[in-house]
Design a protein around this ligand. Structure first.
Ligand code: GRF
Length: 266
């Protein structure tokens, strides 16, 4: 076994994925060590899981930052290096020409919160940041300050659907309501869009006539714990790289996409 990677985690809720990752680090299934657990939500029950395992925890209360901005926007202190136009030109969370007040206030409040997250994370150097049920989208402000090494992706997310179907906050619900006969989960690197980054791994399950939303969530979560730990171990083993692919379609258009390549074990 080589060197262990340092892993930081961000959560918003119960943290069962976080628990699976902590357990996999402790059992040696992941050659890694969890160095912090952060949350946007002071009531996230998963924070206790970190405390129980003696992992440093912190909270950046997004909700109160957003409320403060809504009350008195001019009182909110922006990060010194905040450049709204740069972020607007890169982000893919909203359609390109959507520089409305709503979008501007979204970007501004998120960047204020993200600067606080970065400040907290500074104390705990990490190789990989895993989002484990973290229910916030990052702006390019945060992503660019974590992914500082060109070509090295350091932010991983788990999504409860087979992407690119059903991005957003309710993957299992959307899968169920659509009437899909197969559901699943996806682990991917985070890019400037919503659940749109390069896919690392996916697992699928059958949806039967007698399945309910609850039974689907249950099947999905079990697969998530297994998939997420395996994908993190691929990083620990240095087996992932991203490659820019270019395809010429039948209509002559060029399709470009950054994809993940997985190397064989050494
Ligand atoms: C998971 O289904 C994850 O895919 C989604 O939120 C849920 C978090 O569950 N993003 P938990 O907090 O890890 O138990």
């Amino acid at each position: 076994m080589g060197k262990k990677i340092s892993i930081g985690a961000l959560i918003s809720g119960g943290g069962t994925n976080l628990q699976a990752i902590i357990d996999a680090c402790e059992s040696g299934m992941i050659d890694g060590k969890m160095v912090f657990v952060g949350s946007d939500n002071p009531d996230a029950r998963g924070l206790e899981r970190g405390v129980k395992h003696k992992i440093p925890t912190f909270v950046v209360n997004y909700k109160s930052i957003i409320q403060d901005y809504k009350k008195e926007p001019e009182q909110v202190i922006l990060p010194d290096d905040f450049d709204l136009n740069d972020i607007l030109s890169k982000q893919h969370l909203f359609s390109d020409n959507a520089a409305t007040e709503k979008v501007k206030s979204f970007i501004t409040t998120r960047a204020v919160a993200e600067a606080k997250l970065l400040e907290e994370m500074k104390s705990y150097p990490f190789d990989l940041l895993v989002l484990a049920g973290f229910m916030r989208n990052f702006t390019p402000y945060f992503i660019d300050r974590v992914n500082t090494d060109p070509g090295v992706q350091r932010i991983m997310n788990i999504h409860p659907a087979l992407l690119p179907s059903f991005p957003g906050v309710d993957g299992y619900g959307d899968t169920f309501r659509y009437g899909c006969k197969v559901g699943g989960c996806t682990v991917h690197f985070v890019d400037y869009g919503e659940d749109s980054g390069p896919i690392i791994g996916q697992k699928a399950f059958q949806i039967n006539e007698d399945d309910t939303l609850d039974s689907i969530k249950e099947k999905g979560l079990k697969l998530e714990w297994d998939l997420y730990t395996k994908c993190i171990q691929l990083v620990a083993q240095g087996r992932l790289k991203t490659v820019k692919m270019s395809y010429t379609l039948k209509n002559g258009k060029i399709l470009q996409r950054t994809v993940v390549k997985i190397a064989q074990p050494a």
